[in-house]
Write a protein that binds this ligand. Sequence first.
Ligand SMILES: C[S@@+](CC[C@H](N)C(=O)[O-])C[C@H]1O[C@@H](n2cnc3c(N)ncnc32)[C@H](O)[C@@H]1O
Length: 209
Amino acid sequence: MQNKIIVAGIGPGSVEFITPAALKQIRAAKFLVGGRRALKDFSSAEQVTCAITGDLDAALNFVREKISVDNVCVMVSGDPGYYSMLDLLRKNFPPSTIEVIPSISAMQLAFARISLPWHAATLASFHGRQPTRDVLTFAPEKILGLLTDAEFNSATISKLLVDEFNWPRNSTMTICARLSYPDEKIFTTTLELAAIAEAVKHCVLIVRA
Ligand SMILES: C[S@@+](CC[C@H](N)C(=O)[O-])C[C@H]1O[C@@H](n2cnc3c(N)ncnc32)[C@H](O)[C@@H]1O
């Protein structure tokens, strides 16, 4: 039987949000790949591990080498199907060798935290990319759910939405940072105030008129 790359979503961060299915695969893995924090939380001394750093080629080479021996489990944050290393793995390995264990995305938890359904929301990511104009342009009933990064953060995105995408200055922005961790912080402000306040970098933003 062919060995598999098991891409296991570990949820937004705290161990209480990981699914039993992901945990089972992570615990059973001989070879485990993941961010340093995930390896600290979930790996055991018997496992051969590879930390995902800026050097993604190193992680890909580890998978390439170990897959000939046994399954390799790759832990990714949130849900693997939503902006994760799954894209890169599919470009480098036949999709038939990849098995995905879904999990809770930071986006899902952000909407859950403010008790707001997300089925009608427009979701997009600024994490190392820029959403298209139609996604960001204001419409009266629109609800935006956005992933951010260091450059495109709560302040720069607020300014961008008002200056270039016609959002009213008094639209609300809910900033959801460190979701699921003990220091989780969620607060609601306006685009006008968020644009001049200290930037919150890696977070989920929910914007409504
Ligand atoms: C590369 S994306 C990964 C998304 C992930 N696959 C998911 O489904 O949540 C990284 C971005 O997700 C958001 N994010 C991930 N974990 C988070 C958390 N615990 N709290 C707030 N935002 C988070 C941030 O916008 C971060 O820059």
